[in-house]
Write a protein that binds this ligand. Structure first.
Ligand SMILES: NC(=O)c1ccc[n+]([C@@H]2O[C@H](COP(=O)([O-])OP(=O)(O)OC[C@H]3O[C@@H](n4cnc5c(N)ncnc54)[C@H](O)[C@@H]3O)[C@@H](O)[C@H]2O)c1
Length: 254
């Protein structure tokens, strides 16, 4: 028996990157998983790997999180399959890079739709089921960009700052119903989101200079923080944002 045995968790953006690290951490803690992504092929591979020798423990839900109807129906679909819903991890995210003055309304909306509106809709649809179960845990994956903006990423910065405040708002209103809603704010993590920088010496220099840990984070680093917030050890943690950034936000290193 591990701390999440008997729990059912939704993890969005689970086809690659941080979602895979989070899925592995929650599976290792005993949770059954509803893995969600728009990329069906990636999701199938990730689900097979996360399930290991227990295929029934992980299901795939191919979903476009920018489509409000699909998002709204997702908790019901998960409950039809697993009979319960205890944990929601809003991890899926997109990031367009564009100077503010030329950023199009379409780019702005596309970022906000996936990074902020989808978590809002999913929380609203999932929480009543969690309350029926006596409570639940929600973890929103924000970013250091929620507090320290990055140039040419205004929509992304705003979406993550909004998600931080959504986290606090839900915690404030629903703590009395047994809902814990917290955020994990990763620093720079080596995932496909950042693949264009893998061989970029200048970017690597910036990471090393700004991160006291002097390195990229890994999906497993984020997974273990999410696992903690989903478990009973974090029952008295609510509305918090846990930085997992190797110290990036502690200050300038010069
Ligand atoms: N990697 C980092 O350095 C870093 C740092 C801070 C925060 N984050 C955040 O962590 C989360 C995961 O990042 P990642 O690095 O794993 O990114 P990634 O691009 O590697 O993976 C994101 C996943 O989300 C899915 N997705 C995107 N749009 C979707 C949609 N409309 N419907 C369903 N699924 C969709 C993608 O298919 C993909 O599988 C994001 O919210 C990101 O903003 C990442």
């Amino acid at each position: 028996m591990s701390e999440l045995t008997g729990k059912v968790a939704i993890v969005t953006g689970a086809a690659q990157g941080l979602g895979v690290g989070i899925a592995h951490a929650l599976r290792a803690a005993g949770a059954r998983l509803a893995l969600v992504d728009i990329n069906g092929d990636g999701l199938a591979a990730a689900a097979e790997e996360a399930a290991g020798r227990e295929p029934g423990s992980v299901e795939q839900f191919v979903t476009d999180l920018a489509d409000a109807d699909q998002v709204h129906r997702l908790p019901e679909r998960v409950i039809e399959r697993f009979g319960a819903l205890d944990i929601l991890v809003n991890n899926a995210g997109v990031r367009s890079i564009s100077p503010f003055l030329v950023q199009s309304p379409a780019q702005w909306r596309a970022t906000l739709d996936v990074n902020l509106t989808a978590p809002y809709l999913l929380c609203q649809a999932a929480i009543p089921h969690m309350i029926e179960r006596g409570g639940g845990k929600i973890v929103n994956i924000t970013s250091t960009a929620a507090t320290l903006g990055f140039k040419n990423r205004s929509a992304y910065n705003v979406s993550k700052a909004g998600l931080t405040m959504l986290t606090k708002s839900i915690a404030l209103e629903l703590a009395g119903s047994g809902i814990n809603c917290n955020a994990v704010a990763p620093g720079v993590v080596r995932t496909p989101l950042n693949s264009s920088y893998f061989d970029d010496a200048e970017f690597t220099r910036v990471i090393v200079e700004n991160t006291p840990a002097e390195t990229w984070g890994s999906p497993a680093d984020i997974g273990s923080a999410v696992r903690f917030l989903c478990g009973p050890a974090a029952d008295f943690v609510n509305g918090a944002e846990l930085l997992v950034d190797g110290g990036w936000c502690t200050g300038k290193g010069y």
